[in-house]
Design a protein around this ligand. Structure first.
Ligand code: AP5
Length: 228
């Protein structure tokens, strides 16, 4: 089977493993990994006007307004490298974004193959996020208890000092989870109705989740077009 043409969306609460799985899936399927969170963090690091604006929302655990978010995704999905598929991670996150994505895909004559929902209990999400440490230089991810670096606070890969994401403090994590429940959870039913939703237990080891995500993506691509 050709790997080209797969268009997959990863859905799940903050910390469910969307970024981890999207990166692995993008390598397997050889399609770009598009993360709105990463795009906003890059804009923030570059100090662009959009990044300065997005930071105000991100540091509070709020969603960046739909108009801005839809605009950057639309621009990204019109780039050449997305013509043969993509993995969307962290978009859509509101009913307005989901409707805008439907509209954009119709205009681009593209079809969504599968929506993969990663499920992880709240206590585990809080544990993962509050203990997460990231390398601002190479992007490597650690956890203070379950995946610590060899030398405390230092990246194994590039020896840069590790940081805690601004939005990974306990209070902000709690708020992000509430925002997810209120704004993003309704999308589960939205995609279930379309017949494209695959639920996966995100508490399993990363490689097991990855195998299930790949299987769901491939099953989605084989589903009859009218069911999508
Ligand atoms: P974003 O960066 O998308 O953050 P998020 O959705 O809160 O997701 P995370 O990156 O925290 O978690 P994840 O599910 O990707 O899990 P990960 O793989 O990293 O968004 C940040 C902010 O940007 C938002 O709050 C908002 O302000 C703004 N934004 C972004 N998109 C937006 C949109 N569409 N609309 C409006 N605003 C938007 O894993 C988490 C941890 O768990 C890692 O340490 C990892 O190593 C570990 N882990 C992963 N899988 C496993 C496993 N199977 N077992 C054990 N540990 C695991």
């Amino acid at each position: 089977m050709s790997n080209s043409g797969l268009r997959i969306l990863l859905l799940g609460a903050p910390g469910a493993g969307k970024g981890t799985q999207a990166a692995l899936l993008a390598k397997t399927l050889k399609v770009p990994h598009i993360s709105t969170g990463d795009m906003f963090r890059a804009a923030k690091a570059a100090g662009s006007p959009m990044g300065v604006m997005a930071r105000k929302y991100m540091e509070r655990g709020e969603l960046v307004p739909d108009k801005v978010t839809i605009g950057i995704v639309e621009e990204r999905l019109k780039q050449k490298d997305t013509a043969h598929g993509w993995i969307l991670d962290g978009f859509p996150r509101t009913p307005g974004q989901a409707a805008a994505l439907d509209d954009l895909l119709a205009r681009l004559h593209q079809q969504l193959d599968a929506v993969v929902k990663l499920t992880v209990p709240r206590e585990e999400l809080i544990r993962r996020l509050t203990g997460r440490r990231v390398c601002p230089d190479c992007g490597a991810n650690y956890h203070v208890d379950s995946a610590p670096p060899k030398k405390d606070g230092v990246c194994d890969r590039c020896a840069h000092a590790l940081e805690q994401r601004e939005d990974d403090s306990e209070a902000t994590v709690m708020h992000r989870l509430d925002v997810y429940n209120e704004s993003t959870r309704p999308l589960i039913a939205f995609y279930e109705k379309k017949g494209v939703l695959h639920r996966i237990d995100g508490t399993q080891p990363v490689n097991v989740v990855n195998a299930e995500v790949v299987a769901a993506a491939r099953a989605g691509a084989k589903a009859p077009v009218k069911a999508r």
